[in-house]
Write a protein that binds this ligand. Sequence first.
Ligand code: HXC
Ligand code: NAP
Length: 291
Amino acid sequence: MSYQEPMLRENALKDQVIIVTGGGSGLGKSMTKYFLELGAKVAITSRDLDKLQNTAQELMQATGGEVLAVTCDVRYYDQVESMLQQVLDKWGKVDGLLNNAAGNFISPTERLSANAFDVIIDIVLKGTKNCTLALGKHWIGIKQPKSTVLNIVTTYAYTGSAYVVPSATAKAGVLAMTRSLAVEWAKYGIRFNAIAPGPFPTKGAWDRLLPGDLANKLDPAKRVPVGRVGEHQELANLAAYLMSNFSAYINGEVITIDGGEWLKGAGEMNDLEQVPSEMWDRLEMMIKGKK
Ligand code: HXC
Ligand code: NAP
């Protein structure tokens, strides 16, 4: 068995209806594909209808599943309500929401215009709030017994990170929302969890975070203790598990999937990794000699 293989049993998401924001590209597309393979029906949403329709065609052909492509800019509550109505008109219910849509780019914070900061906060934090509130009101209103929200954050939601300050600020807010509503809305049968991925190559992220030859200069695989970047299938495996009823007792959790990357940056003495093994005898003698 390999981490590149599908993990859950057949039909683990059979007849579940799931909305995936930002489902037309990157990780959203990969998670959608696996949800379909497990029997779910998936509505993919973003700002670009052509892209969504192409992805829907490709995934329906590849999996035999049902995909609905709906335009929805998550920054606008009325568009989110209209998207939800289109999903209900098509399938009559929704069981899960995957808040995956995001905007991000690297920049020294002092170079950002007020609008540049806002655009990231609006997509990531306000967008997640809009989808969560619309779905939550719907589920609570119809007394749906069971539903799931899964939020994609990042490891810097809890560490913070220079040069992506709007994204770090917004993702931290999404994590706080995840944990808060996991408690408040558990009584309505709504479960909330988050995934914090480390580096998983996608065009969207790499174009904006590692443009040009920055990808070679700052090779993300080198920052990861297990020595590689993530494979989309291993993220999809985790997302499908958290969406499914197999994880019914997991609520309010954030699961990091980063090969140990953030801890490597955090541990005070972790740079000692660079000390060659033959040097340790000499270092030990120097330390003992100080007694
Ligand atoms: C400084 C910038 C900028 C840059 C845009 N702006 N890019 N400022 N440096 N590189 C400014 C613009 O000048 C403008 O401000 C404001 O931001 C809005 O830009 P627009 O292009 O008008 O916005 P819009 O068309 O809505 O596009 C939003 C976007 C874009 C976020 C800027 O990149 C986008 O559409 N992104 C969606 C996909 C995405 O980002 N995927 C990556 C997710 S990766 P002014 O003042 O001029 O109006 C991710 C990984 C996390 O989240 C963790 C990794 C480990
Ligand atoms: P991506 O392909 O660029 O995905 C972002 C998606 O969000 C796009 O499909 C985009 O579609 C959509 N989107 C952006 N603004 C939107 C808006 N206003 N309304 C609706 N949809 C919008 O990048 P990705 O790498 O797959 O990122 C997916 C998620 O993983 C994000 O939450 C990101 O923060 C997270 N993440 C990624 C990594 C990584 O290494 N790749 C690491 C940690 C976390 P349109 O442009 O068509 O609207």
